[in-house]
Design a protein around this ligand. Structure first.
Ligand code: MN
Length: 415
């Protein structure tokens, strides 16, 4: 485990900040009246990288002036490493760049954060053992909860890139078609079982056009974001067979505003759960490729204090993002810069570590009691759900910012 790298930006040296010099996450921000710009978070500030490229302090083919990280990602891994190295030097304690750079710091409290990249494609997986077991128990049969393919293949579905939104964007409760087993006929209306999924999103920075190995896939991932895959369970239960989720997952997927790079997470690589069956060779992982990242979810009813409802860790994943990406390419499926792979709901073995309300309330049978005294089986209108995540080093932590969404009432049903 590496130590805190000290910066001349004093707030970056606090053990409490999510953004020490070790992190340097990439986002897109604007200030009043200005256009969106690429920046990196350092302590409680944002360093304006577009301005630094305009001033000639940084030179990355103009990509930092584009208001999105896609063009920079397309430059390739050597350039990713060069930017990180240059920023680490410029922001280090004792750097003589302080006088030049100080003029390009913006307080995070004065900035609005935007989508950090344009999502070109979006695939979501089903890759935590405990989540698959819990959902299989509820949707199918506790005796055969895990599908027969689950221990062999990273299961996923193709999601909608158009539905991915940045933290802070309101989420409108979906309408949809549902039919409970006890009901005679299907009906159409607001989802009554609207839920969250605690996930991480892996962002592909190196494109491919054919099969790649797990190692190549690991190197192709630019970075990670927190991800909330909003899910309408009543719509899902009725629609999902035989082709998987469709409208139940198409409303919104919220991501954190900061992309934490794979380079920043390198010291936190760890092994996941024990393999229960050997994997086929093309899924072989030569080194640990998941990360030790503590995750939590809070729920705040309208106008009230938040309660921590879930605590989990990314190390609960049975399949790493690199394995998922290698599997995804095995068919020849091309991957583009800005492709995002959702990890799947990150549920651990303990009850409090289940990554969705469906699991936490066991399908609504065991409602959660919030600190306010209210109970929840699923998300209610006016609720604000917040995902947080941090990798913990020695005297510092690496955070993602917050991944927030407030749920608004469904649109009126029309025909
Ligand atoms: Mn999901």
């Amino acid at each position: 485990m590496t130590d805190l790298k000290r910066s001349w930006v004093e707030s970056a040296n606090s053990a409490e900040t999510q953004f020490p010099l070790n992190n340097l996450p990439y986002g897109v921000f604007s200030t009043e009246g200005g256009s969106p710009r690429c920046g990196t978070a350092i302590g409680d500030q944002i360093l304006d990288l577009a301005a630094l490229e305009e001033a000639g302090v940084l030179s990355f083919a103009g990509t930092l002036k584009t208001g999105s990280w896609n063009a920079f990602m397309a430059l390739g891994k050597p350039e990713w490493d060069r930017l990180r190295a240059e920023l680490t030097t410029l922001l280090a304690e004792g750097s003589d760049a302080e006088a030049t750079l100080s003029a390009h710091l913006v307080a995070q409290s004065d900035a609005t954060l935007h989508m950090p990249f344009s999502v070109t494609e979006y695939t979501d997986f089903y890759a935590a053992r405990h989540h698959a077991f819990n959902v299989g128990s509820m949707f199918r049969d506790p005796e055969n909860a895990l599908p027969p393919n689950w221990l062999h293949i990273p299961i996923g579905y193709n999601g909608r890139a158009s539905s991915v939104v940045v933290s802070g964007t309101p989420v409108i409760r979906p309408n949809g078609q549902t039919k409970a087993p006890t009901e005679e006929a299907p009906k159409f209306g607001p989802s009554q079982r609207f839920d969250i999924e605690l996930e991480m999103g892996a962002i592909v920075g190196t494109p491919s056009n054919g099969p790649i190995t797990v190692s190549e896939a690991f190197d192709a991932i630019f970075g990670y974001v927190l991800m909330n895959d909003w899910s309408a369970r009543d719509i899902q239960a009725w629609e999902y067979q035989p082709l998987g989720p469709f409208q139940s997952k198409a409303t919104a997927t919220t991501i954190s505003p900061w992309i934490v790079t794979a380079a920043a997470l390198e010291p936190f690589r760890t092994t996941g759960p024990e393999r229960e069956k050997p994997l086929l060779d093309y899924l072989f992982e030569p080194k640990p490729m998941i990360y030790d990242i503590d995750l939590e979810v809070t729920l705040a009813p309208e106008g009230k204090d938040e309660t921590v409802i879930i605590r989990s860790n990314y190390n609960n994943m049975y399949y790493s993002a690199a394995q998922q990406l290698a599997h995804h390419t095995s068919s020849g499926c091309p991957m583009r810069v800005g492709d995002m792979l959702g990890s799947g709901t990150i549920s651990g073995p303990e009850k409090g570590s289940r990554g969705s309300l469906l699991e936490m309330s066991w399908g609504g049978k065991e409602p959660l009691t919030l600190d306010t005294g209210e109970t929840r089986s699923f998300v209610e209108d006016g609720d604000t759900l917040t995902l947080k995540g941090a990798a913990h080093g020695d005297g510092y932590k690496i955070g993602f910012g917050e991944c927030v969404g407030k749920v608004l009432p469904a649109r009126p049903v029309t025909n």
